[in-house]
Design a binder for this molecule. Structure first.
Ligand code: NAD
Ligand code: ZN
Ligand code: ZN
Length: 236
């Protein structure tokens, strides 16, 4: 999706300038006093944002130097969204850096341990190895993709189907996987899960990522919400 806004426009869209700046508070991005210039004054150039300018994020109310918010935004994937570094509130629609691939769903008659009253949903994710883009840790270098296709399971009940709809939205927003270092294998420059837990075992629980787990659906809904993926995004 094309983002027409410049980085400065994105900052101005979500951060309201405060005049004068709060006297005794620090900016948690650069750790300087808000009454002093931004610590990013030398490294982050802007035509329209001054090093002394301070602003407040409009929903959560946290305050930063405008230039610090600009530096944070331009060091990310510049998707038109901002995330408050204090409280993680998301402004706009957060997207990730998941490489291209395929997500497919099958309906299975077998039930999952702990969900004996319904069948199950099997999600298949397929991502191939490739070359890292500008949004990845080492642009131009290859990345590997281990253990694909990966299969994941949900109960085929109302809550499981809601989680599935949100996982599809998270997939479109490139939030399910990222390129980084696997905490399991230590391999770097590889495709890894990205903070949204999946159940990769159907009838066993050898990895700890299986059933039964009575809290799983609520936990994954909270993890999706932390990435800005909620039912609001499902409305037409
Ligand atoms: P990682 O080890 O960096 O961990 C990222 C997150 O994924 C963590 O939250 C972790 O708890 C979770 N996680 C770790 N192992 C998981 C598993 N088996 N199922 C579901 N979630 C898991 O992430 P990663 O490197 O992407 O995956 C971990 C390991 O699982 C890798 O070694 C991967 O190859 C392997 N894996 C293999 C297959 C397969 O079919 N062979 C399928 C899925 C995962
Ligand atoms: Zn600052
Ligand atoms: Zn905040």
């Amino acid at each position: 999706k094309a983002v027409a806004l410049s980085p400065e426009d994105v900052v101005k869209k979500y951060v309201q300038e405060l005049k004068p700046p709060p006297a005794d508070e620090d900016c948690i991005i650069c750790m300087e006093k808000l009454s002093a210039p931004s610590g990013y004054s030398d490294s982050c150039e802007s035509q329209c944002l001054q090093p002394e300018s301070v602003g407040r994020l409009d929903r959560c109310g946290h305050t930063f130097h405008l230039l610090c918010v600009l530096a944070m935004y331009t060091s990310g994937n510049k998707d038109g969204s901002l995330q408050c570094p204090s409280c993680k509130t998301i402004y706009g629609e957060k997207t990730g850096t998941q490489p291209s691939g395929k997500m497919a769903v099958s309906i299975l008659p077998e039930s999952l341990p702990g969900h004996e009253d319904c069948g199950s949903l099997e999600i298949m994710y397929l991502i191939h190895k490739g070359i890292q883009g500008p949004e990845h840790p080492n642009p131009g270098l290859p990345f590997t993709a281990r253990g694909f296709p990966r299969y994941c399971y949900l109960p085929d009940n109302e809550k499981g189907r809601k989680v599935l709809a949100l996982l599809k939205l998270a997939w479109r927003r490139r939030l399910i996987f990222t390129v980084g270092t696997s905490s399991t294998t230590g391999e770097s420059n590889t495709v890894v899960w990205n903070e949204i837990h999946h159940k990769t075992e159907m009838n066993s629980n050898l990895s700890g990522h299986g059933y039964p787990d009575p809290n799983y659906l609520d936990n994954v809904l909270a993890e999706l919400a932390a990435q800005g993926v909620t039912e609001d995004g499902l409305r037409p």
